[in-house]
Design a protein around this ligand. Structure first.
Ligand code: PPS
Length: 326
């Protein structure tokens, strides 16, 4: 069992009151990162997991464009196999930390006909059994990745995606209301974000852990804002990193496939089935969709001047001098 601490103080209280469900009963901190307590049962398994040289990992803090990046990476690596891309993304590109985040073992017997897929209820087992090359999503920070990756004993490739903290926070708020059972207001959520108390926080630590290693040959560091401004360039850069040739026409076809409108209507990537399960079983009844607004700068219409100032100071404190700008 790894060393861990409790999430205490005001933040701990808010989490308990407004952000626990039957699947997620509490939070702990491990190697500085906040995670649901159920993660403890799996921490060693993830640490000891064997990476493969031809693995492709997409790593990120939640809500920074992970799904968008996964779909781009998968399509490039599979020579634009749009037929294959009709398979649900979480099956093609499973989420490593899924099971460790939720207590299925104890809770599922209460919902005998829920029938969740194995990539959800045993994400680690599912990934260990996948044929190569594997595609793996994780929100874990660098220091919680399998030890073999941390020790550079693998050629596994990592594509990291980052997004500006204000839009990330806003997107994370909507996500947590829609899909994770958060029942508080936005301002309180923003405080939790800035106090590094949300699941997978601290945001700066997650981003900088990969930013510092961006020159490693197996790491590609991307930004959501660059994907919005010039997706073609990001596609070409990613193809180069994955040693794939792409014609200009292929870049354009992929760009269309990855457009917000196209992804919003693509059931293989828009997590509609998760939202349907939540509604069917009355686990979470909030309205909305996973592909929500897909914009840069939406925070401008949503944050008070005081909150914007707080975010700006916080961002400067954590990112000044790192060379990373949002
Ligand atoms: S998760 O749950 O952590 O995996 O979420 P993640 O995929 O990282 O982030 C979801 C946000 O990314 C937006 N998104 C896109 N934006 C623009 N274009 C495309 N194609 C696209 N696909 C996903 C999605 O809408 C979420 O952002 P918000 O701001 O909430 O709309």
């Amino acid at each position: 069992m790894p060393e861990y601490s409790e999430v205490t103080g005001e933040e701990g209280k808010i989490l308990k009151q407004k952000f626990t469900t039957c699947f997620r009963t509490g939070y702990i901190k491990i190697k500085g990162t906040v995670l649901p307590e159920y993660y403890l049962k799996f921490a060693d398994k993830i640490n000891e997991m064997k990476a493969r040289d031809d693995d492709i990992w997409v790593c990120s803090f939640p809500k920074t464009g992970t799904t968008w990046t996964q779909e781009m990476v998968w399509c490039i690596a599979n020579d634009l196999d749009f037929e294959g891309a009709k398979v649900n993304l979480p099956r093609r590109f499973p989420f490593l930390d899924h099971t460790p985040l939720f207590d299925y073992e104890d809770v599922l017997p209460k919902y005998p006909d829920m029938n969740l897929p194995d990539y959800v209820t045993d994400s680690i087992g599912f990934i260990n059994e996948l044929p190569s090359p594997r595609f793996i999503k994780t929100h874990l920070p660098f220091q919680l990745l399998p030890q073999q990756i941390q020790d550079k004993n693998t050629k596994a490739k990592i594509v990291y995606i980052a997004r500006n903290p204000k839009d990330t926070c806003l997107s994370y708020y909507h996500h947590c209301k829609l899909m994770e059972g958060y029942v508080g207001e936005f301002d309180e959520f923003a405080k939790l974000f800035l106090s590094n108390a949300l699941c997978f926080a601290p945001f700066p630590d997650n981003v900088l852990g990969f930013w510092k290693r961006r020159h490693d040959p197996n790491i590609l560091f991307l930004k959501y804002e660059d994907m919005k401004t010039d997706l073609s360039s990001v596609i070409r850069k990613t193809a180069k990193f994955l040693n794939k040739e792409m014609t200009e026409n292929q870049v354009n076809v992929l760009k269309e496939h990855l457009s917000f409108e196209s992804m919003k209507n693509n059931r293989a990537v828009n997590y509609e089935e998760v939202i349907e399960i939540n509604r069917t079983y009355k686990l979470i009844e909030a309205e909305g969709s996973f592909m929500r607004s897909g914009k840069v700068g939406e925070w401008k219409g949503r944050m008070s001047p005081e909150l914007i100032e707080e975010f700006d100071k916080w961002t400067e404190k954590h990112f000044k001098g790192t060379g990373l700008e949002f």
